[in-house]
Design a protein around this ligand. Sequence first.
Ligand code: SF4
Length: 113
Amino acid sequence: MTLWFLRGLRRGVVTTRYPARPDGSAADLPTPPVFRADALDSELADRLVAMCPSHALRRDADMLVFDVGACTACGRCQEAGGSAAAPSGEFELAATSREHLVKRIPLSREAPR
Ligand code: SF4
């Protein structure tokens, strides 16, 4: 312990300047997806819901409901979703209200009945 303390004094601050300054390594972090409504239909939405390991996705009638707060950014939906899902690039997800993290995405590619 003393050795680490002395080493710290000798070398100075060795952590990054985040959050005062952006950290370059953040570009390599996995991030939750964004969904394109015009590429989503109920069939694809159901497949994405079924494969989400953290239950961050569910379908509510003609909406895909995405709970960003439950998403672990595993990337499964992005691999299977084709053009409908892409990395958001956003990992700073603090919110003042839990509801602000729940997104409702219309299934706009739905075939007319
Ligand atoms: S990235 Fe993973 S955890 Fe997040 S919504 Fe997609 S499948 Fe679910």
